[in-house]
Design a protein around this ligand. Structure first.
Ligand code: C2E
Ligand code: CA
Ligand code: CA
Length: 744
């Protein structure tokens, strides 16, 4: 029963616990079986949560004593607890303060007096241990005081020692520096001394130092090398020990004067070496003076210039010698001639200048080459030198031109003999390599004072005479004559008048017809220039050579071309049918770089088609600078201008080049047509046959007779030109000729 009851109460108690747990604060009644009874007793419980402790506190009392229920609330207990706690805190604070006072005193003292080390005075109330610490502390402080003083004293001593030491170091450093600078100065002085010694010893120049009385004090090694004298042989002596005796007393006097005046002298001197040889030297002497301007020493240096002199000599030889033949050159000749003229003038003497020019030398150079040509020149110079007198001077002007200056002529026949000897010494053949060559010369002679008063005149007049010798068939000598001089003047005059004649249009063109042999019809004209000088018609042989020589020929060729264009233009305007006109072109005109363009411009100006123009060039023109000529010819050919080779048979045409040239016609030279001999005839027939072979037109010029024409016809010659048909005629006649031809 009790167990049942207990279970009931337990259940109720569980419910109560649940409530308490749920409500946290409150009041409840419940049943309870006390341990001393088996009867349940009703009880009350008051409960409250203490969250800080996570606890719910409750107090129970029997139901019968509801007034006994006391609920302990924290609000009621807290003041009592707080008062008790504060009291305890206060007591603890004072107790600690009393306990730690000596310690604080000690700490404060130590902190305050750490640097002064004052003894510690602790109060009487100090604890025993602290008192002990204090006294030990004080002993230590005392000791510390003593040590500090001792240290201070020691520091003072050491600072004094340090200062002294520092000052000593400074002094010593200054001394050291001074010493170093002194050493450096001495060293550099020594270096300089050494340097000068080296310079003195190793200089290439010989050096002599003398005292003020010109007594040699010292010499260097080069002195010995140059002069051959050892120092001991020179020291104490005067430098004139080297004198060669080749220079005058005046020379030395001037040297000393310059030395006294300027303090120095330099120049060339000729000295004698110990072995007796003469040595040209370059010498420079300077005076050395003390601060009071008194001469103390003389300093001379010199070097051997014999090598330099030798070179100078060689250069002068080279400048005055022809490198190939070693003969004097033009400059040397002129110098000698000038000297000779002065002498002849002084002594009223005579002299002759022989201008020697080898005949056809160009052919040798062209055919055998320049090497062989040079060899010929050397041999010729040797041969001539063998037949002249010692006092005559043979020189080479250049090329194949030599000049012989003869200062030993007595009369004209003497000159003739000399010239004759020269010509005959060349008669023997020259052996060059494996070939034998025959070489002649043409000589022109001018004499002083008759034919010239100065170098230039004499050479120029001898040259002129030489040209006359060439003109007269070469291999001969010709004496200059006044007539030649006049010719020369004429030449110059003509040149000037050609120039003005071209400007004034005094030149006119004659036209000579060319005839087709089978049909005997006019095919074309050749333009031939004439000079209408004040109504007098002058032929080209009088002025063409001069125009060629002076270079006026280029202008003249273009002049002719322009006149031809004007003529053609006129024919065109008149309604006369045009025919081609051939213009003779001088060799050098083709060298003009802009010739093609210039000619284009002229033709364009008169609106003439290129096909109406033909150029006649001689074989020599065509063969000169063949590559350039070919180029120019081809450019003209492209434009329609055709070419014929004039005077064919007289030159040295290379058939292979002829084949390459844009040539349409060969013109057989007049002299082959003129000549009646078989040789000429066979040449004509060969040229005609060759032309056919090469598919070239062939024309014969200078046809004067019907027989000549018939013969040419039988040979198959294409065209003919000559007096037989017509002479060159003025423009108006040519126009008439065309018109007649058209009518007939
Ligand atoms: P070339 O070119 O050989 O001219 C032919 C020369 O022979 C012309 O002499 C002409 O008049 C002449 N001739 C023509 N047929 C006969 C004939 O049947 N019998 C004779 N005895 N002679 C005849 P020309 O006019 O005195 O000219 C001489 C040379 O002058 C020309 O020879 C030519 O080389 C040159 N020449 C003439 N005019 C000019 C020119 O305008 N320019 C240049 N560069 N040279 C020219
Ligand atoms: Ca001609
Ligand atoms: Ca001709």
């Amino acid at each position: 029963m009790k167990e049942n009851l207990s279970a009931e109460i337990a259940e109720e108690f569980a419910t109560l616990a649940e409530k308490v747990w749920g409500e946290k604060n409150g009041f409840h009644s419940y049943s309870w079986i006390p341990s001393n009874s088996s009867n349940p007793a009703d009880k009350n419980i008051a409960f409250r949560e203490i969250p800080e402790l996570r606890l719910i506190a409750g107090i129970t009392a029997p139901h019968t004593r509801p007034d006994m229920v006391i609920v302990f609330s924290p609000q009621k207990l807290l003041p009592a607890f707080a008062a008790a706690f504060l009291l305890a805190l206060l007591l603890a604070f004072f107790a600690t303060k009393i306990l730690v006072r000596p310690l604080i005193q000690f700490v404060q003292h130590t902190a305050q007096n750490i640097s002064t080390f004052e003894p510690l005075h602790l109060s009487r109330r100090t604890y025993k241990e602290l008192a002990q610490i204090g006294s030990t502390f004080n002993i230590l402080i005392e000791q510390l005081h003593q040590t500090k003083e001792q240290l201070n004293a020691e520091q003072q001593t050491s600072e004094a020692v340090h200062d002294q030491l520092k000052s000593e170091i400074l002094t010593r450093e200054q001394t050291h520096e001074k010493l170093l600078s002194e050493i450096a100065t001495r060293k550099s002085a020594e270096n300089y001394l050494q340097l000068f010694k080296n310079l003195f010893e190793h200089a290439i120049e010989g050096i002599i130092v003398t005292d003020k009385d010109a007594r040699i004090l010292t010499v260097n090694k080069s002195f010995t090398d140059i002069t051959g004298y050892q120092p001991q042989e020179a020291i104490g002596r005067n430098p004139n020990m080297l004198s060669s005796g080749q220079q005058s007393a005046n020379f030395y006097r001037k040297m000393w004067q310059s030395l006294q005046k300027n303090g120095s002298w330099f120049g060339e001197i000729i000295n004698r070496k110990k072995d007796g040889t003469i040595c040209p030297e370059w010498l420079s002497i300077s005076q050395l003076k003390d601060k009071d301007n008194n001469t103390t020493h003389y300093f001379a240096f010199f070097h051997d210039i014999s090598e330099l002199k030798e070179k100078e000599k060689q250069i002068s030889i080279m400048a005055y010698r022809d490198a190939l033949t070693k003969l004097p050159n033009r400059a040397a000749l002129e110098a000698r001639l000038t000297k000779a003229i002065s002498k002849a003038k002084r002594e009223a003497g005579t002299l002759a200048v022989l201008f020697i020019d080898l005949d056809n030398f160009k052919n040798i150079n062209d055919t055998l080459g320049h090497d062989k040509g040079d060899e010929v020149l050397i041999q010729v110079s040797k041969r001539i030198n063998q037949v002249i007198r010692q006092e005559d001077t043979l020189s080479r002007l250049g090329g194949d031109e030599f000049i012989l200056l003869s200062e030993s002529i007595e009369n004209e026949s003497g000159i003739f003999h000399l010239a004759g000897r020269i010509l005959s010494c060349l008669q023997e053949p020259f052996v060059i390599g494996f070939s034998e060559l025959f070489i002649n010369a043409s000589i022109g002679i001018a004499t002083y004072p008759n034919d010239g008063k100065n170098t230039n005149e004499l050479i120029k007049n001898a040259d002129m005479a030489m040209y006359r010798a060439k003109d007269e068939g070469k291999n001969k000598f010709v004496l200059f004559t006044q007539e030649m001089h006049e010719n020369f003047l004429t030449h110059v005059r003509i040149e000037n008048s050609i120039r003005t004649g071209l400007q004034k249009k005094e030149f006119i063109i004659y036209y000579q017809p060319k005839i087709d042999i089978p049909s005997e019809r006019l095919t074309s004209f050749e333009a031939l220039i004439r000079w209408n000088k004040n109504g007098l018609i002058i032929g080209p042989d009088k002025f063409i050579p001069i125009a060629e020589e002076s270079g006026l020929i280029d202008k003249m060729s273009l002049y002719v071309l322009e006149e031809v264009c004007i003529f053609l233009n006129k024919l065109h305007t008149q309604g006369t049918s045009l025919l081609p006109v051939s213009v003779n072109m001088a060799p050098r005109t083709f060298n003009n770089l802009e010739i093609v363009e210039t000619i284009d411009t002229i033709l364009h100006k008169y609106r003439i088609d290129h096909k109406y123009i033909e150029f006649e060039i001689t074989e020599t023109t065509a063969m000169q600078d063949i590559h350039h000529t070919l180029k120019t010819m081809n450019r003209f050919r492209q434009r329609g201008i055709s070419f014929s080779i004039d005077d064919f048979g007289t030159g040295y045409s290379s058939l292979s080049y002829l084949n390459e040239m844009p040539v349409s016609t060969l013109k057989i030279d007049k002299r082959f047509i003129d000549a009646n001999d078989n040789h000429s005839r066979s040449i004509v027939s060969t040229i005609i046959a060759m032309s056919k072979q090469m598919q070239l037109k062939v024309i014969a010029e200078g046809v004067e007779t019907g027989e000549q024409l018939d013969w040419l016809r039988t040979l198959g010659c294409n065209e003919a030109q000559g007096y037989f048909f017509a002479k060159p005629m003025p423009e108006s006649d040519a126009t008439q000729f065309i018109q007649n031809g058209q009518n007939s």
